[in-house]
Design a binder for this molecule. Structure first.
Ligand SMILES: *Cc1c(COP(=O)(O)O)cnc(C)c1O
Length: 377
C-alpha cells in the first residue's frame, strides 16, 4: 500500500496525460503560453476569484504575495506554529519576521485568540510592526476565517491564506483560495491537486496585487520581459505542468475530491472511539490532503506508527517539530505560547490517503489500527 499512490492515478488518467505531454512537446511552447492561460482561467473560476496567477511553486506564491503588499524588514507576520516550514520561511524570505501563533486542538488550524494575544504583544513591544497574518488550511481544512478576519480587521492586518494543502476545501459555498486578501496554492505532486514537478498559484480579487505578482514572477517586468520596473524573480509555471494540471483538474472535479471525502468518512466510521478522528466543523469541507488522527501520548503514537510499518502500512508524522523549535528560527524568542502545537507534534499521525484507495485497503488500515491500539492496552 502507498501513502499517496500517484502511480495508480496515472494509470487511471494515462491516455489523457500522455496526450497532454506529447501535445506540449509538439507545440514547442514550454514556458507560459496558451495552456498556462487556460489553466489560470479555469482555476480562478473554480476557486471563485477574479485572478489566478500561476508560478513555480507554493513557497514562491507566498513570498510574492507578501512582497506585492510591501511586507519587508521591520514587519511582523503571524503564522501558525503547527504547519509546514515554508509558511514561515516565506515570511523570512520577504525580509519580515515570523511570529508563531498556537493552533486549535480539534482542527489543527490557527487559534484566533492566540493570534490576538500575539498581535497585542508585538504591538506593545514596538520592535516590529504587525502587518499580515498567514492562516494555513492544514491537511485540507480551511481555517476559521470568521474569527481570524475579525482580529485582522481590528489590527489592520492583511490576510494571506496558505491554501497549499487545501485546493478543493471550502466553507459554505466558498472555496479555499478565496478567503484571504490573497491566497497561495501549491501543485507539488502530493498535494490534493498536484502536477508532475513543482507548481503553484496566487489567487486574489485585487487587481493591483495580481498585476504586481505577474510582474514579480517574470523578473519584475513592465511592458515586457525586457522592460524591468522592479526586482522580481524567475517563477513561472511551465506548459508541461499546466497541461498535466488541466487533465487532473477535470478528474479532481469529477470524482477525486468526492472520493477522498468518502474514504475519510469510512476511516472515521471505523476508527471513532479507537483514536481521535479528524473534526470537520459544520459547514466546512476538507480536501483531505491528509487524514490525521491523534493519540493520547507520544509513546502510543510512535508505537502505532511502528506497528503499522511492520504490517506494510505507511503512515507519516506531520509535523514532528513546531516551527518555533526549528533550528532556522532559533534566534526568535519563544515564550511558551504554543502548547497545543507542541502536543500535536507528539501525538498526530497521518494515515494513507488518496482518491484511489479501495474500500478493502481502508478497512485493512482500520483493522490494523484497532489491533495495534488494543495490543497497547
Ligand atoms: C507544501 C506547502 C507549502 C509550499 O509549497 P511548495 O509548492 O512545496 O513550495 C507551503 N505551505 C504549506 C502549508 C504546504 O503544505
Amino acid at each position: 500500500m502507498e501513502f499517496r499512490d500517484l502511480k495508480r492515478q496515472y494509470e487511471a488518467l494515462k491516455d489523457k496525460i500522455d496526450a497532454a505531454l506529447t501535445g506540449v512537446a509538439a507545440s514547442g511552447e514550454f514556458i507560459g503560453g496558451q495552456r498556462v492561460r487556460e489553466l489560470e482561467s479555469e482555476l480562478a473560476e473554480y476557486v471563485g476569484v477574479r485572478h489566478s496567477v500561476s508560478c513555480a511553486n507554493g513557497t514562491d506564491a507566498l513570498v510574492m504575495a507578501l512582497s506585492a503588499w510591501g511586507v519587508t524588514g521591520g514587519d511582523a507576520v503571524f503564522v501558525p506554529d503547527f504547519t509546514f516550514f515554508a509558511t514561515a520561511e516565506a515570511v523570512a524570505c520577504a525580509g519580515a519576521t515570523p511570529v508563531f501563533v498556537d493552533v486549535l486542538p480539534d482542527t489543527f488550524n490557527m487559534d484566533a485568540e492566540s493570534l490576538e494575544d500575539a498581535v497585542r504583544k508585538v504591538a506593545a513591544a514596538g520592535e516590529y510592526k504587525p502587518k499580515a497574518v498567514i492562516p494555513v488550511d492544514l491537511f485540507g481544512l480551511p481555517a476559521d476565517y470568521a474569527a481570524i478576519k475579525k482580529v485582522a480587521e481590528s489590527y489592520g492586518l492583511l490576510a494571506l491564506e496558505d491554501a497549499a494543502q487545501a485546493f478543493g476545501g471550502g466553507i459554505g459555498d466558498k472555496r479555499a483560495g478565496s478567503f484571504g486578501d490573497a491566497a497561495a496554492v501549491s501543485f507539488f505532486p502530493a498535494k490534493p491537486l498536484g502536477c508532475y514537478g513543482d507548481g503553484g498559484a496566487v489567487f486574489t480579487d485585487d487587481d493591483r496585487t495580481a498585476a504586481v505578482i505577474e510582474s514579480l514572477r517574470c523578473h519584475g517586468m513592465g511592458r515586457d520581459k525586457y522592460d524591468n520596473v522592479r526586482i522580481g524573480r524567475n517563477s513561472r509555471l511551465d506548459a508541461v505542468q499546466a497541461a498535466v494540471l488541466l487533465v487532473k483538474l477535470e478528474a479532481f472535479k469529477a470524482y477525486e475530491l468526492q472520493s477522498v471525502n468518502r474514504i475519510a468518512r469510512r476511516y472515521t466510521r471505523g476508527l471513532s472511539g479507537i483514536v481521535k478522528t479528524p473534526v470537520i466543523p459544520d459547514g466546512y469541507y476538507s480536501s483531505f490532503a491528509q487524514y490525521t488522527v491523534t493519540l493520547e501520548s507520544k509513546r502510543l503514537r510512535d508505537a502505532l506508527k511502528l506497528a503499522l510499518k511492520r504490517r506494510g502500512i505507511p503512515s507519516a508524522v506531520y509535523y514532528r517539530r513546531p516551527l518555533h523549535a526549528q533550528r532556522a528560527f532559533a534566534h526568535l524568542p519563544y515564550d511558551g505560547g504554543c502548547p497545543v502545537a507542541e502536543r500535536l507534534c507528539d501525538t498526530a499521525l497521518s494515515l494513507p490517503m488518496h482518491p484511489y484507495l479501495t474500500d478493502d485497503e481502508v478497512d485493512a488500515v482500520v483493522c490494523a489500527v484497532r489491533e495495534c491500539i488494543e495490543a497497547q492496552g
